[in-house]
Design a protein around this ligand. Structure first.
Ligand code: FES
Length: 165
């Protein structure tokens, strides 16, 4: 295991006092530090928390927010809950897939953008809604998606994408 991964796992375990009841938080912490939860993390986390590897693996596969491989440098989280459906989100989501060249949940070939589905961002008043990195995007349109995808490509790695209105 690369040293940075081992260090991230140790730090996440220490921050959570090696408490097995905080397994989900430990995994989220690892993902926050590394961008994903490497499959090689399962064994040391299970050992440190006194859990089986199956238990740790089960939690990773249950929580869709946890990734087991690196994502893109930017993330577009598209809400597909009721209000955003009712506001005509479906064609926009289809456009997201067309313009990124991957189903929602995938990463563009250049690694600039990962898309994810979420269910209600608390932005129902401006449905259909999304989050670009951590920034809310309301009334998402195909044109706004185009701008975000271009922004992700142009600003790879700097964490600053254009926010559509
Ligand atoms: S249903 Fe999409 S933000 Fe609430």
């Amino acid at each position: 295991m690369p040293p940075e991964q081992a260090a991230a796992i140790d730090a996440a375990l220490d921050a959570n006092h090696h408490d097995p009841t905080r397994l989900v938080v430990v995994l989220q912490d690892v993902q926050h530090r590394l961008g994903y939860v490497p499959p090689a993390a399962v064994r040391p986390i299970a050992k440190a928390l006194g859990l089986s590897r199956a238990e740790v693996h089960g939690v990773i596969t249950f929580y869709h927010d946890l990734r087991t491989e690196p994502g893109g440098l930017h993330t577009l989280r598209v809400c597909q809950a009721e209000s955003c459906q009712a506001a005509g989100g479906a064609p926009v989501w289809e456009h997201v897939e067309a313009v990124t060249g991957t189903a929602i949940g995938g990463t563009t070939a250049d690694g600039s953008l990962t898309t994810e589905v979420v269910y209600c961002l608390g932005l129902c008043a401006v449905s259909p809604a999304a989050l670009f990195d951590e920034r809310p995007v309301g009334r998402l349109t195909a044109a706004a998606v185009d701008r975000l995808v271009v922004s992700a490509r142009e600003q790879r790695g700097d964490g600053h994408g254009e926010v559509a209105s």
